[in-house]
Design a protein around this ligand. Structure first.
Ligand SMILES: [Mg+2]
Length: 418
């Protein structure tokens, strides 16, 4: 029997939360941004009216203002967003215990086992949830109703704002097949481009393409894409609060300028290794291997792995191993467009403790200091936020970004207020 999965996506979440305080601005173009007083501040979110002017997330304020001179700017209030997020997920929780948040403003709900308690109709339940969210929070959401997570997500994207879209087991094809491949979750710009080179632009074309070819192009992900496009995806919706098991921890960056010298590479590897190490420590995990993925501007990609002499959760060790891999597999100044650092072979701390003891005999004062240093950094971050302290080279960059921050807590109107 097909499942009934909902994907609920809040509409312009950050902007809508901010606008609850300024109902009079609701119909005007409004954006939430990092620092409303700086022309270089970044747009974090925008309302529907601002979208109509072409304002997009992550552009600078002056770029946005060029398209929309009347744009009103609001500073963000992060605590408010998580409070509303909790409240909204609690509303979902009245309908099923299988509520899996995907981000702060999106969740999947599997209502297969409970829908008979609420009338038995997926669309009616989705509409009821939308009404409850609107009544209790003043915020709107779009809901997709389908038989797997991928199509439910597609459905919530299909019609915005404040709408329900059903993609049912019998007639999803007529809606889904004409859509561009990029509307599938996890199909990014790069994958779309690659698919386009093979004449695949729509989900229908993807569904009819050869799984073997997709596998050749994208590895394991290729098989998944084929399943997504054919409605064969069947991942479960996890119960609220249950985390996916961590198999590897990785982080990557595509650079706006190609890297052509080792100093730049070291700087970025340090930043990436630090975020990976922080996440290992957050999960209480150690790794015994690292992997780097290197991509040049023409998308030539190489991946190199290395076993470590002992398990670690320290940025220092991950950085060193990655740099060793890079030095032995890349010729400078051949440009680098993208780097990814992944920690492999993860195991919880207690599993390694015996091995660690073996090493403690040889582990020097230096080792102990590195543990203390990165542990202290975690504590500072826990207290003052992720940006409070950064490892080595990452520090200067964050300082630069923070240097323009000023305190402001109300809307900032354009100079000539329309
Ligand atoms: Mg949203």
């Amino acid at each position: 029997m097909p499942r009934t999965i909902l994907h609920c996506d809040m509409n312009s979440f950050y902007a809508s939360v901010e606008l609850l305080q300024y109902p009079e601005l609701r119909r005007k173009p409004v954006a939430v941004c990092g620092d409303p007083t700086s022309r270089h501040g970044i747009i974090l979110a925008k309302n529907e009216a601002a979208k109509k002017y072409g304002v997009v997330t992550a552009e600078t304020i002056w770029q946005a203002r060029r398209k929309c001179p009347g744009l009103i700017l609001l500073p963000p209030h992060r605590e408010g967003y998580s409070a509303y997020s909790k409240q909204i997920n609690a509303i979902y929780g009245r309908y099923t215990d299988l509520v899996e948040p995907f981000s702060i403003d999106e969740s999947w709900l599997d209502i297969t086992g409970s829908m008979h308690l609420f009338g038995g109709n997926g669309k009616a339940i989705a509409d009821e949830i939308r009404a409850a969210v609107r009544k209790e929070t003043g915020l709107t959401c779009s809901v997709g109703v389908s038989f797997n997570k991928i199509f439910a997500k597609l459905g919530s994207d299909y019609k915005k704002p404040d709408a329900t879209t059903v993609l049912s087991p019998d007639c999803w094809r007529e809606t889904v097949f004409p859509l561009p491949v990029s509307s599938l979750l996890f199909v990014g710009k790069t994958a779309s481009k690659t698919l386009h080179q093979y004449g695949i632009d729509t989900i229908g074309q993807l569904a009819q393409s050869s799984p073997a070819m997709l596998q050749e192009l994208f590895g394991k992900m290729g098989q998944q894409l084929y399943e997504y496009a054919n409605g064969l995806e069947h991942a479960p919706v996890r119960p609220y609060g249950e985390r996916a098991p961590v198999k590897s921890v990785g982080n990557g960056t595509t650079f706006s300028h190609d890297l052509t010298c080792w100093e730049d590479v070291l700087r970025h590897i340090t930043i990436l290794s630090d975020t990976v190490a922080v996440r290992l420590r957050q999960h209480g995990l150690y790794c015994t291997g690292v992997q780097v993925m290197i991509r040049d501007p023409s998308f030539r990609t190489i991946t190199r792995q290395k076993q470590l002499p002992h398990s670690t959760h320290l940025a220092r060790d991950i950085t060193a191993a990655c740099m060793e891999l890079l030095h032995s597999s890349w010729q400078m100044p051949h440009p680098i467009r993208m780097l990814t650092v992944t920690a492999l072979n993860l195991a919880p701390a207690d599993q390694w403790s015996q091995q660690l003891n073996l090493f403690s005999a040889v582990s020097s004062e230096q080792e102990h200091r590195a543990e203390q240093l990165e542990g202290a950094m975690d504590q500072i971050r826990a207290k003052f936020g992720a940006g409070a302290i950064a490892y080595g080279a990452a520090f200067a960059e964050q300082q630069l970004r923070k240097s323009q921050k000023k305190k402001n807590d109300g809307p900032v109107f354009p100079e000539s207020n329309p």
